[in-house]
Write a protein that binds this ligand. Structure first.
Ligand code: SAM
Length: 259
């Protein structure tokens, strides 16, 4: 996608976010954005980008030469590369191949569905949801040949019978779009969905101090991730990476296992 189109997509998203915040309907802009894009994924800012790269110079915790690179940028219309890399680890493949029955994964805030497809291809039975009905229909069309269950749901008000249903709950870049009480509720809600011994995977923008950026998203702080352990989880995998923007943005990949 061209830089101009990417910038246009961002401008449209910023405008809609502000409009709906004004109307005191802070979650409704997602549906409006997908509707206005009218089937053009280039008008969805998170539709794809060359977003992973090397650690930022002088970034905290990064020693010179330390390899935290995620090598291949992901292209438009593909799953998030940190998710693919996480799925591709030996321990993850072993868990899937030795499970007595097919493991169930939930893709949170599925957008156009590329991450859900990656979960399916890795071997999970997949349910994927988004608050935007238009996004869900679009994702279902994109992956019409695959037996993925697509559904429109609000993370803040999920079906009761989803409690402890999923062996993997995977969220990429959704919590960071939420603020305040809604964000806290969303994190708590995610923890409830995970089956005993199951995993919660969070891939997100990160920040190391409590400075709030002038414009969204609001990256997660390590303390927000750490609080997940208070809901009966242990941290079982953590990785930091930087994208290749200028200046580069810190991201976290965090896996928690329910005890
Ligand atoms: C920044 S996009 C990320 C999309 C996708 N996960 C990815 O990695 O590209 C955030 C997505 O979360 C969805 N979303 C936001 N708030 C939500 C909520 N409360 N419940 C369900 N989905 C939500 C939006 O519609 C949007 O598709």
């Amino acid at each position: 996608m061209s830089d101009d189109k990417r910038k246009e997509a961002r401008r449209r998203a910023d405008r809609m976010r502000a409009e709906f915040k004004e109307k005191q309907k802070p979650l409704d802009w997602f549906e409006a954005l997908y509707q206005e894009a009218d089937g053009d994924p280039g008008l969805i800012p998170w539709g794809g980008s060359a977003e992973v790269g090397s650690p930022g110079p002088g970034s905290p915790g990064q020693e010179e030469g330390q390899n935290t690179k995620i090598q291949n940028p992901w292209a438009h219309g593909q799953a998030r590369l940190p998710l693919i890399e996480w799925l591709d680890r030996d321990e993850q493949k072993k868990e899937l191949s030795t499970a007595a029955i097919q493991l169930k994964a939930l893709d949170v805030g599925c957008g156009l569905g590329h991450n859900a497809v990656a979960l399916y291809k890795a071997g999970y039975q997949v349910t994927a949801f988004d608050i935007s009905e238009t996004a869900v229909k679009w994702a279902a069309r994109n992956a019409a040949q695959l037996p993925i269950e697509w559904t429109t749901q609000n993370l803040l008000n999920l079906p009761e019978d989803w409690s402890e249903k999923f062996d993997l709950v995977s969220e990429t870049f959704t919590i960071q779009a939420l603020y305040g009480a809604e964000r806290e509720m969303a994190i708590k809600s995610l923890t409830k969905l995970v089956a005993p011994k199951g995993k919660l995977l969070i891939i997100c923008r990160g920040r190391r101090d409590d400075t709030i950026p002038k414009s969204p998203p609001l990256p997660l702080m390590p303390s927000e991730l750490d609080q997940i352990e208070n809901f009966g989880f242990v941290s079982t995998f953590r990785k930091d990476y930087f994208d290749n923007k200028t200046p580069s943005n810190l991201h976290f990949v965090a896996e928690f296992t329910k005890v």
